[in-house]
Design a protein around this ligand. Structure first.
Ligand SMILES: *[C@@H]1O[C@H](CO)[C@@H](O)[C@H](O)[C@H]1NC(C)=O
Ligand SMILES: *[C@@H]1O[C@H](CO)[C@@H](O)[C@H](O)[C@H]1NC(C)=O
Ligand SMILES: *[C@@H]1O[C@H](CO)[C@@H](O)[C@H](O)[C@H]1NC(C)=O
Ligand SMILES: *[C@@H]1O[C@H](CO)[C@@H](O)[C@H](O)[C@H]1NC(C)=O
Length: 512
């Protein structure tokens, strides 16, 4: 019986699955959770491809976002001014405060927990030549632009001022605060470092101090080694990615060039590092956009590229967490799940100015909204729809899909406009299984009953035996003893007979 089940089970579960779709409904047949990409084709009974109109289709994997947005409030006094204002940068403090900066120097603050929002006019004169970047230390928000910078006290925004020692530069690409220092990539002038707590005294790493013929620094990422030492990964438009070790002690900065010429020398757009110190660099080469993942061994001073992710749209910036690379484009952006080979999901969001990845949430700003969302994946789905109730047809489909373990396939049938009174395979399987199980139970029950009867009989017998006179009972209970005694009894009987016979003979014999 078990053998039957064993052989029946795979055949039944392999049997082709059927679905029923009525006119007028868009029916989702199933989802394919593990599929990264898929293809659905209509086939005939000989498994040949049919190009007839097919009524089922694939819905690609998409991203859906759960989150919240805060719209920049209207500017009551001057609607014209309002239309010209837009958010340009965003800063996240803790995991509940978002600050947005507008091009007209207004600060838009939103609290994610209690939904409180407020707009502050910073009363600063606009720098006509460059757009400021919003950065922050633990106490101050800093508006850093190429020529000047302002600080604002978080606790009291009216406590603000111009940073007097801020150096005017041709261009300032990207700035970041680590510990008590501001780092700024300033193109051909190199890298600038400010000491925040000492009147913003500055220090500059230029081509000479680094030991290169020329530099053009665009982006960087900093890894802290300990209290005084850092590794800085710099994207240079002349030398590819370079790595510098920095020691900051007693207001003195010592630098050492560790590695240079990593990756393409001149095509880099942006650079970022993951927590486990894998380096990701976005490039544009002859109208092709792509991201390269590098593995770098600082001790042996070796590097190698691990993976390449081709991106079909323009790349503006990249950021990374332990699951994906967030590729910011102009309208179409991508989540690239770099741990799975070639697994990426595009999503659309227009006029994104800035993305910030923090704690698996994506924060950022469009020109009119601050947002926070948690990206979730809607898996590939098979959907069917028939445009007429006149046709009663059955179609057979083959789904091929790629997973992390390679390509897989699945076949299924779809009945359009048919009543689903035909019993599904699953049901047959279920009934059969139930039947087999009940047979097994029946057999088991019978065996048990027989055993039970035998047991009762022997118990009754034993009871009877026990109620017999003692010596007879003991003999019956001990058959061997009984048998061993028997020959003696026979002999005795015989002897008796013999003696009787003798007696009879003696009786019947006429002696005289
Ligand atoms: C689904 O994605 C593939 C590429 O992955 C694309 O070629 C196809 O057009 C997409 N289909 C739809 C309906 O968006
Ligand atoms: C900007 O100026 C207005 C009016 O002069 C004042 O009410 C407001 O507090 C100032 N804002 C800041 C952040 O200093
Ligand atoms: C910090 O790290 C550097 C480089 O690894 C090392 O030379 C230095 O001694 C370390 N300093 C401290 C205080 O641990
Ligand atoms: C990315 O594009 C390059 C250049 O067209 C090509 O050689 C490479 O095979 C592509 N990589 C992937 C994974 O598609």
């Amino acid at each position: 019986m078990i053998l039957i089940i064993y052989f029946l089970l795979p055949t039944i579960s392999k049997a082709i699955q059927s679905y029923f779709v009525k006119y007028g409904e868009v029916k989702t047949l199933f989802k394919v959770m593990e599929a990264l990409e898929a293809q659905l084709i209509l086939i005939d009974d000989e498994n040949k491809l049919i190009t007839n109109s097919q009524f089922c289709f694939l819905q690609n994997r998409t991203l859906f976002a759960e989150g919240q947005t805060f719209q920049l409030p209207n500017y009551e006094l001057d609607p014209f001014f309002e239309n010209s204002d837009l958010l340009i940068d965003v800063f996240i403090q803790g995991n509940s405060e978002i600050y947005g900066l507008t091009i007209n120097n207004r600060l838009f603050h939103a609290n994610l927990k209690n939904k409180f929002t407020k707009l502050y006019d910073l009363n600063l004169t606009n720098d006509q030549n460059s757009i400021p970047q919003l950065i922050a230390s633990s106490e101050n928000l800093i508006l850093a632009s190429a020529n000047n910078a302002y600080y604002l006290d978080f606790r009291n925004l009216e406590n603000k001022g111009k940073i007097q020692n801020w150096q005017s530069r041709q261009i300032r690409y990207y700035s970041e605060i680590i510990d008590n220092y501001i780092f700024s990539a300033i193109g051909q002038d190199g890298l600038e470092i400010y000491f925040i707590n000492q009147d913003y005294l500055s220090y500059r790493l230029d081509q000479q101090s680094i030991g290169l013929l020329a530099v053009d620094f665009r982006d960087f990422s900093i890894v802290k080694i300990n209290g005084t030492n850092y590794f800085i990964y710099i994207l240079c438009k002349i030398n590819g990615v370079i790595i510098i070790e920095l020691a900051i002690q007693n207001e003195k900065i010592l630098s050492k060039l560790i590695l240079k010429n990593i990756g393409s020398k001149t095509d880099g757009i942006a650079l970022t590092m993951s927590f486990n110190e894998a380096l990701f660099v976005a490039y544009k080469t002859k109208n092709q956009y792509y991201v390269i993942q590098f593995n770098i061994e600082l001790i042996s001073k070796k590097w190698g590229s691990v993976a390449r992710f081709n991106i079909s749209h323009k790349i503006v910036d990249i950021d990374v967490n332990d699951q994906y690379i967030l590729v910011q484009g102009t309208h179409t952006h991508f989540l690239v799940y770099y741990l799975n080979k070639q697994d990426m999901i595009p999503f659309k969001l227009t006029s994104v100015q800035q993305f910030v990845l923090f704690d698996n949430y994506i924060y950022g700003t469009t020109s009119k909204n601050l947002f926070q969302f948690l990206p979730k994946i809607q898996p590939i789905q098979i959907k069917c729809f028939i445009d007429s109730d006149l046709k009663q047809i059955e179609q057979k489909y083959k789904l091929m899909y790629r997973t992390n373990q390679g390509w897989k396939q699945k076949e299924f049938k779809v009945n359009f406009n048919k009543k689903s009174f035909n019993i599904s395979n699953n049901f047959i399987f279920f009934v059969l299984l139930l039947f087999l199980i009940s047979i097994l139970f029946f057999i088991a029950y019978r065996l048990y009953q027989n055993q039970r009867e035998i047991l009762t009989e022997s118990q009754i017998l034993e009871q009877k035996i026990r109620s017999l006179p003692q010596n007879r009972a003991s003999k019956l209970l001990m058959p061997h003893t009984f048998r061993a005694v028997q020959p003696n009894a026979e002999t005795r009987l015989h002897t008796n007979d013999f003696s009787d016979e003798n007696t009879i003979v003696q009786k019947n014999k006429k002696i005289f």
